[in-house]
Design a protein around this ligand. Structure first.
Ligand code: DMJ
Length: 792
């Protein structure tokens, strides 16, 4: 159903009002009900200095890119040169982000306007118009190309026209960027030709889906398919061509239908043809994050309240099942009471920012506080960290999410705490990521080692949000409250709703009235951020009381080292026996006694499950103690999510060989011939686990061992994990992970042996069974040999 432009205009105005009023209510509720003042105020002078430091950071990175990398997509800050697709050694699937279309410059254009640098913006727009082209035989990610390139071109177009009107400049500009974004949009459209309407994850810029490499394409992530609408709607409204918006709405509708009807949760990976879920983990981080963001922001930008209703349904489900105090832990969409991961990823740091926009401030303050503590503990927020805040994956590519949330929290509360947090983040970047040629990603926050990588979002988001945090509205040429920030922090004006809506749709019957889900002011019981943060201040060290009254401690969450847990367990009547204290525990009340019984029951179940699961999943790399021996030793290894599981008596046997180069991130290996039929070893880093696996498979290796790149790591001291893939299931050889200490043992044996070392990759439990059977056989033989003759 289409609406008239005057209706759209009214809706646009209404929305802008709703949005601004919502923000004001949040601020008013927070500020008016509590007199406690935040502790460390920041002077205007210091704030202005930090704003200027953020500006300097921008130019340090931008100039390094322009002088050493442009027209490449990205700057490689350590080698101080450009990263080109097909020229620079491949990092595997990760490179699908690159299309040889000067991504960093396009992604950065609107930041130049925010900084007030119209001269450089004018120059940069001219360069983009002159140099950037899309007719390349390159497979790119639909999601990344949309958010970084289409979004970058569109917001630059909008701002160029804005400057023409309001700054009397760029009069030469005739809408070239909009034309470019339309062309790029057309090149992405073939990806939407699926039976569900949910787009493929990748498309060839020149050949569409006709590229033979895309023949088997069928899996995508929820965020990949659900982060299209803002850009495509803007594209349709600005060009007058409805096709983009129609396709993006259809994809959103199809995704909505795939939610679990019981839990209202979404999984992370799905099949675009059948609509079947491939991964049913449900959280708010990797694989799903910006789908939720785009539901809410589509409502704000377009005024279609079905998106608010959908967002609210999902939001309530997330808060019910995924949110656990300040933490957000993945569950299974179809079994939402079962946690599916014991770690959180850094991408979820955007969530508090989204919560602020939707008006739910208290949990935003709490989660942000938890993340701030993780950051202080590890310098940066690592890519993934466990529920006890240890590092699960130590990389940090200078992501923006935490700073983005800090910015929105500051805008909503005015609390200077968030300026202090921003200052800390800025200084950390300066101290630990700044190099002479830009800012370098951190390969491992434990070692601080740099990586030759500066993602385009460092300029388009990380530094942009820092600059905005320390700027006053009067420092900025535009009123940012009149814009929606896309997931890549590109600015789309709320006035887009006035430009007609070709595809406004009826709400589906299962979509409740938005009012059913409207949340009230979060500060009804005298909320002030400091008050909310305070009890969490020592959340990570666990030294503050934090057992919520009335909430039962479940065995899954129990940590013996947590004093509150011990207290809660004691109150439930369970005695923790230790030397010198054998007094009988007595439940405080009948109800707590019941809880205690339930707890113990769970504990037993859990122990059973854990030992079964851990052993069942643990892999082994086994070898004979010497060339002629029958005695075997097994080293502990972890499985992967993307390769076939070795179960029962299955194993793969072969000689071990080290990949050349060891990281195995290139198109091929120098020792590809030699690697055929062998158990290849590649070191972790530089590219994804799964791309190493694909390369190993391509050269004909029988199996792959990925060894850790963090010296001293060991399965004895840290939890083993399963390597994540990208949702595809094209890896057919077994792939296992070994921590450094375990691999060190293997490597020492390899060096000692004259002959190549032959190993078996198998299930640990199977190895143990095999050993046990062997021992029993040996014992039998021995006892037979020892029996006196007469007994024979
Ligand atoms: C950005 O490209 C976007 O913010 C996206 O939504 C998530 N990943 C990166 C930044 O981490």
């Amino acid at each position: 159903m289409s609406t008239t432009s005057s209706e759209s205009f009214v809706r646009g105005q209404r929305l802008m009002l709703i949005f601004l009023v919502a923000m004001c209510i949040v601020v008013a509720c927070v500020l008016s009900t509590e007199t406690t003042m935040p502790t460390q105020n920041m002077s205007n002078k210091e704030r202005a200095e930090l704003r200027e430091e953020a500006r300097d950071m921008f130019y340090h990175a931008y100039n390094a890119y322009m002088q050493n990398a442009y027209p490449a997509d990205e700057l490689m800050p350590l080698s101080c040169k450009g990263r080109y697709r097909g020229v620079t050694p491949s990092r595997g699937d990760m490179d699908d982000i690159l299309g040889n279309f000067s991504m960093t410059l396009v992604d950065t254009l609107d930041t130049l306007v925010l900084l007030g640098d119209f001269t450089e913006f004018d120059h940069a727009v001219k360069l983009v118009i002159r140099d950037v082209q899309f007719d390349s035989d390159i497979i790119v990610s639909v999601f990344e190309t949309n958010i970084r390139m289409v979004g970058g071109l569109l917001s630059a177009h909008i701002l160029a026209e804005y400057l023409q009107k309001h700054a009397d400049t760029m009069h030469w500009y005739k809408g070239e960027l909009l034309e470019m974004s339309r062309e790029l949009g057309y090149r992405l459209l073939p990806a939407f030709n699926t039976s569900t309407g949910i787009p493929h994850a990748r498309v060839n810029l020149r050949l569409g889906m006709k590229d033979p490499m895309l023949k088997k394409s069928r899996e995508t992530c929820t965020a990949c398919a659900g982060t299209i609408l803002l850009e495509f709607a803007a594209l349709s409204r600005l060009t007058g061509d409805p096709i983009f918006e129609v396709r993006a709405h259809a994809a959103m509708d199809a995704l909505w239908k795939l939610r679990h009807r019981g839990s209202d949760l979404m999984g992370t990976v799905l099949n675009v043809h059948s609509g079947d879920w491939v991964r049913r983990d449900s959280g708010v981080g990797a694989g799903i994050d910006s789908y939720y963001e785009y539901l809410f922001k589509s409502y704000v930008l377009l005024g279609d309240d079905k998106y608010l209703a959908r967002f609210n349904r999902h939001y309530n489900a997330v808060m019910k099942y995924v949110s656990e105090g300040p933490m957000l832990l993945d569950v299974l969409m179809h079994r939402p009471h079962a946690k599916s991961k014991n770690f959180m990823d850094s991408l979820l740091a955007f969530w508090p920012g989204l919560q602020v926009l939707s008006g739910d401030l208290k949990p935003a303050v709490q989660t942000h506080e938890m993340l701030y503590q993780v950051m202080q503990m590890h310098t940066f927020i690592p890519e993934a960290f466990t529920v006890d805040f240890q590092i699960h994956w130590g990389q940090h590519p200078l992501r923006p999410e935490f700073i983005e949330s800090t910015y929105f929290l500051y805008r909503a509360t005015g609390d200077h705490h968030y300026l202090q947090v921003g200052k800390k983040a800025l200084k950390t970047l300066q101290q630990h990521a700044k190099v002479s040629c830009g800012y370098a990603a951190v390969n491992d926050v434990r070692t601080g080692k740099h990586e030759d990588r500066m993602d385009s979002f460092v300029l388009s988001e990380t530094i942009k949000y820092l600059f905005l945090l320390f700027s006053d509205p009067q420092d900025l040429i535009i009123n940012v409250d009149e814009f929606v920030f896309t997931t890549e922090a590109h600015l789309l004006p709320l006035s887009i709703a006035q430009l007609g809506n070709a595809t406004f749709s009826f709400r589906q019957t299962d979509e409740h009235n938005v009012l059913d889900f409207m949340r009230t002011c979060p500060s009804s019981n005298r909320l002030f951020p400091e008050k909310v943060r305070k009890p969490l201040r020592n959340f990570i060290t666990g030294s503050c009381p934090r057992t919520t009254a009335g909430k039962r401690l479940s065995a899954l969450d129990f940590q013996a080292s947590n004093a509150d847990h011990l207290r809660a367990v004691y109150d439930m009547g369970i005695t923790m026996v230790s030397v010198g204290d054998r007094s009988q525990g007595k439940a405080k009340s009948h109800e707590e006694g019941e809880m205690g019984l339930q707890f113990m029951q769970e504990m037993l179940e859990l122990t059973k499950m854990q030992s079964i699961n851990q052993l069942a999943q643990l892999q082994a790399v086994a070898y004979a103690t010497d060339e002629n021996s029958q005695d075997w030793i097994a080293l502990m290894a972890g499985p992967s999510h993307f390769s076939p599981e070795l179960t029962g008596d299955q194993f793969v046997e072969g000689d071990v060989i080290l990949a050349k180069p060891l990281r195995a991130c290139d198109e091929s290996l120098e020792n590809a011939e030699e690697a055929k039929g062998k158990v290849l070893v590649a070191e972790r880093g530089d590219c994804t686990f799964v791309s190493k696996a694909r390369l190993a498979q391509k050269v004909g290796a029988a199996a792959l061992i990925v060894c850790d790149n963090v010296p001293g790591s060991s399965g004895e001291t840290q939890p083993m994990f399963a390597m994540s893939g990208d949702g595809k299931d094209d890896v057919l050889i077994p792939v296992v992970f070994m921590y450094s200490m375990e691999f060190g043992k293997l490597s020492a044996v390899m060096q000692r042996r004259k002959q190549p070392l032959r190993v078996r990759v198998m299930q640990m439990v199977e190895f143990k069974r095999w050993q046990l059977a062997k021992e029993q056989r040996q014992n039998q033989t021995a006892s037979v040999a020892q029996k006196p003759e007469k007994e024979l």
